[in-house]
Ligand binder design. Structure first.
Ligand code: ITT
Length: 205
């Protein structure tokens, strides 16, 4: 699948459009796949553990993890790190979102946000594509919205993570009340994934 380059030039050469999305989150994978399929890019989910570096930069976290996994599997890797940045909490939880979600969860965030009138928050994503030790490229996406006053769960649609408390600006619905197709019209992940797909189609054969 991967064609080796004879020189040390930084070129991406793929035989066939196939990438491995390294994640343990099936929801992230399903959202990404819905977009990549539109570009005829096949994607497989690679469930792997990595050392998830603690860092203030989503880009650096994604880059380090992607490289670590590439070195282990020698496959074209796509890796994404996302964070939720709440203005009135000075950007908390930011890149520590996974830990905060596991510990205090959405209820804890809502408690921290009690009586706060400024509810603006931004979801950010950094996606890194890596297909050699020296070649990786980063794509970023973000969406501004508000933290709701309570969790909004639509039983017919299964959102994940902070979806029940995040409402993108301009949308009447929280992410948790959107289908994957609807969420992909707005989301941080979708924006970064479209940028990746456009770049990838120009650089692969
Ligand atoms: P992997 O690291 O295995 O990819 P993860 O769920 O830990 O999966 P992140 O570190 O990127 O993914 O996400 C940080 C946290 O933000 C985590 O708790 C996610 O559930 C949450 N999150 C990420 N994207 C989200 C989205 O689109 N909607 C709601 N919550 C999201």
């Amino acid at each position: 699948m991967l064609k080796k380059e004879s020189s040390n030039e930084t070129k991406f050469k793929l035989g066939g459009r196939f990438v491995f999305f390294a994640t343990n989150n099936i929801n992230k994978f399903n959202e990404a796949r819905a977009i990549l399929t539109k570009y005829n890019i096949s994607v497989a989910m690679l469930r792997v553990k990595n050392s998830e570096l603690q860092n203030d930069s989503l880009k650096e976290i994604a880059q380090t993890s992607a490289l670590e996994i590439f070195k282990k599997y020698n496959l074209p890797i796509l890796l994404e790190d996302s964070g939720l940045f709440i203005d009135v909490l000075n950007g908390f939880p930011g890149p520590y979102a996974a830990y905060v979600y596991k510990t205090i969860g959405n209820s804890g965030i809502l408690t921290l946000m009690e009586k706060k009138t400024n509810r603006t928050a931004t979801f950010k994503t950094a996606i890194v594509y890596c297909n050699s030790k020296n070649n990786f490229k980063c794509f970023e996406g973000e969406i501004i919205g508000e933290i709701t006053n309570k969790k909004i769960i639509d039983p017919s649609i299964s959102g994940f993570g902070f979806d029940p408390i995040f409402q993108p600006t301009g949308s009447p619905k929280v992410f948790a009340a959107m289908s994957i197709a609807e969420k992909n019209l707005f989301s941080h992940r979708a924006r970064a994934m479209h940028s990746f797909a456009i770049w990838y189609k120009q650089h692969s054969k």
